[in-house]
Write a protein that binds this ligand. Structure first.
Ligand SMILES: [Zn+2]
Length: 576
């Protein structure tokens, strides 16, 4: 592999390449930039065009072009190699069969599935009519490679005919075994939207059920209605909590405008795109996570939110508000009027979004306006008043700028007729009794942040593998701190049902592997688990660092940077 990496490095100039990610300033014979990894105000990220290396003197991160892509886009080495090889136009022969099997085949399968889906779309009248009724043009459908999943075993059979292995098809999230042990396509009678990662490779799909299918299912007397939207499961190349729909296409427009329109679903995204709003992304069927925001923060400082015009949409916006503060975004929200979502608004009036974006109001104002409508804030009902006010103060409390906090307190005082002093007192009291107050008594409950366990999938795989050999299990026990809590618990008090399931997975996944292959896989997984944990700690540290920098707490900044740099060193040792 050494040869290919050298050729790629010769073909891709590091500085040129980095210009696609960072703003570089001249610094003697070198270049400098704001470090994208630890977040800073004065540049300590140095690029040496002579040596084709980069190094950050703030946090200690550094390396070559491969290292940059791995850290920046959260790619594994084989993925980074594949991506850069394609950029450089260098064919890769030397990818090991194991790597090819583990990653390469997953990408190939998504591409093959996409081709089958897009060919099926023109043959299905119902799907086409549905897309037309929602206002999508043929051009948009082609540009975003929308397709149709016929269902049954259609896709699985075609992929098998192309020579793919059924286990890989399952691993890619495209098929699953049903209760009778038969393989069925994951997506049944659905319009499918390919989801690309940041470098434009298809890694998953979202499937939208057709209205006619829902009717048929109901007519058959089934009580369980299938979900309207269905995502591919998380796989080695797809992590829902990290990928935003459309970002691969829209990131340039986002960077140019410094602003991003954040919508909920694929339809909203596509209709916005079609009406000329190109700086848009969709969270697509999952909750917004800090990982999403960390990505967006590299391109934009202003987020305009346009979620569904209902209670669920409002809840999602409020939940997101808590996160936005951590990343220092200017957050605005769009008033949709009578339209139920942005897609609907675009269908009725293609100019609607552009106008609405221009006059979007601060998200907090948007939330206050909703809560102070007479149907929610009943001035004659004191308990309701108290609940609404407390709920809103909860939203004001995490705002870090005292000035901004005060602006919203004044606004609440104005709208509620309660004195600013009383509100300030209440706000202080809320802080004191934060623990017992959390989540109780709010008119619309906001769910707490979902803690995301690092390396959940890797943990599951290594756990299943460990069940094939006592020695593996011992090693895993000594390294149990790397596992998400759920798996740590399984090691000490095995839950029968869960263990049974893992054993099944274990025999299914690893029976064909010989001892040497299992050993290698185990060591690889252990390394990757360690990296996932480090990456997670790195993200947490970054937020702490930012807070310390803003508070001008030099001592803490120095300590955190030291910790960060140690983390980077460990990361380096694990990287290759
Ligand atoms: Zn740095």
């Amino acid at each position: 592999m050494a040869k290919e990496t050298e050729i790629i490095k010769q073909k891709l100039d590091l500085a040129e390449f980095l210009r696609g990610y960072l703003t570089l300033f001249p610094a003697g014979k070198n270049l400098k930039a704001l470090c994208p990894f630890h977040g800073e105000k004065t540049p300590s990220f140095i690029v040496s065009p002579d040596r084709q290396m980069w190094h950050c003197f703030g946090c200690g991160a550094g390396g070559d072009i491969f290292k940059f892509v791995m850290l920046y886009d959260h790619l594994e080495f084989p993925e980074a190699l594949k991506f850069l090889a394609e950029k450089a136009g260098v064919p890769i022969h030397a990818m090991s069969p194991a790597q090819q099997r583990e990653f390469g085949v997953l990408y190939d399968l998504q591409d093959a599935a996409k081709a089958i889906y897009t060919q099926a779309l023109p043959k299905n009248r119902e799907a086409q009519e549905y897309l037309r009724s929602r206002g999508l043009t043929e051009e948009t459908v082609r540009e975003f490679e929308l397709g149709y999943a016929e269902g049954g075993e259609t896709l699985t059979i075609q992929l098998l005919k192309q020579g793919f292995d059924v286990q890989d098809i399952v691993r890619a999230g495209l098929a699953q075994k049903n209760v009778r042990g038969l393989y069925r396509d994951k997506f049944q009678e659905r319009i499918v939207f390919p989801i690309a990662n940041q470098v434009g490779k298809t890694v998953a799909f979202t499937g939208r059920i057709l209205p006619g299918t829902v009717e048929r299912i109901k007519a058959q007397g089934m009580t369980m209605e299938p979900p309207k939207y269905l995502n591919s499961p998380d796989t080695l190349i797809f992590n829902k909590s990290k990928i935003l729909y459309g970002l691969d296409k829209s990131k340039q427009a986002i960077a140019e405008t410094n602003t991003v329109l954040l919508v909920e679903g694929q339809m909203d995204f596509l209709m916005a795109w079609q009406s000329g709003v190109k700086n848009v992304v969709a969270v697509s069927g999952t909750a917004l996570t800090p990982n999403h925001l960390e990505r967006l923060r590299r391109f934009a400082d202003t987020i305009i939110v346009s979620f569904d015009n209902d209670v669920a949409g409002l809840k999602a916006l409020e939940r997101a508000l808590d996160y936005f503060h951590d990343f220092d975004f200017h957050v605005k929200a769009i008033t949709l009027g009578t339209h139920k979502d942005p897609a609907d608004a675009c269908l009725a009036d293609p100019e609607f979004l552009k106008r609405a974006m221009a006059k979007a109001k601060p998200a907090m104002q948007y939330v206050l306006d909703i809560y102070f409508t007479p149907t929610i804030y009943k001035t004659e009902d004191i308990p309701t008043q108290k609940r609404v006010l407390r709920h809103l103060l909860e939203k004001v409390r995490p705002i870090r700028s005292a000035v901004e906090q005060n602006i919203w307190l004044q606004e609440i005082a104005k709208k509620s007729g309660i004195s600013e002093r009383a509100l300030t007192e209440e706000l202080g009291a809320l802080g004191a009794s934060e623990e017992e107050e959390r989540g109780s008594g709010t008119p619309i409950p906001t769910s707490s942040r979902e803690p995301h366990a690092p390396g959940e999938l890797i943990a599951r795989r290594i756990f299943a593998l460990a069940l094939t050999k006592a020695q593996f299990l011992d090693i895993l026990k000594t390294n149990s701190a790397l596992l998400p809590p759920e798996f740590q618990k399984l090691l000490t008090e095995p839950d029968e049902e869960r263990m049974g399931f893992l054993e099944l997975e274990s025999s299914y996944e690893f029976q064909k592997m010989d001892d040497a292959a299992r050993e290698k896989e185990f060591n690889d997984l252990l390394k990757r688990l360690e990296r996932a944990v480090l990456q997670d700690r790195q993200a947490t540290l970054k937020i702490k660092l930012k807070k310390a920098q803003e508070a001008h707490n030099d001592k803490e900044v120095a300590e955190l940077l030291k910790e960060f740099s140690e983390l980077m060193k460990k990361f380096d040792m694990l990287s290759r």
